[in-house]
Design a protein. Structure first.
Length: 80
């Protein structure tokens, strides 16, 4: 069975509680997201950044393919 992007992020971070703590959410939220099969878009950038620093990057596009990340990434670059 292939793991989901969220499952990979949880593994890279050392568990759901560690992921939750690192991104500043309640410990139960990653498990809830896993059950619902949807990570809130506002948490995706923090998960991407965290997993990137741990050598197992999980991209926003993998967590939420329904969000137009390319548009948001371009917008973020132009405001710097």
């Amino acid at each position: 069975m292939a793991s989901t992007a969220l499952e990979r992020a949880i593994t890279v971070c050392g568990g759901s509680t560690a992921l939750a703590s690192a991104i500043g959410v309640a410990p139960s939220l990653p498990s809830m997201w896993k059950l619902r099969r949807k990570v809130p878009a506002e948490h995706c950038p923090a998960i991407e950044q965290l997993t990137r620093t741990k050598g197992g990057a999980v991209l926003c596009e993998e967590l939420r393919p329904d969000v137009p990340w390319s548009v948001l990434r371009r917008h973020g670059q132009s405001s710097e």
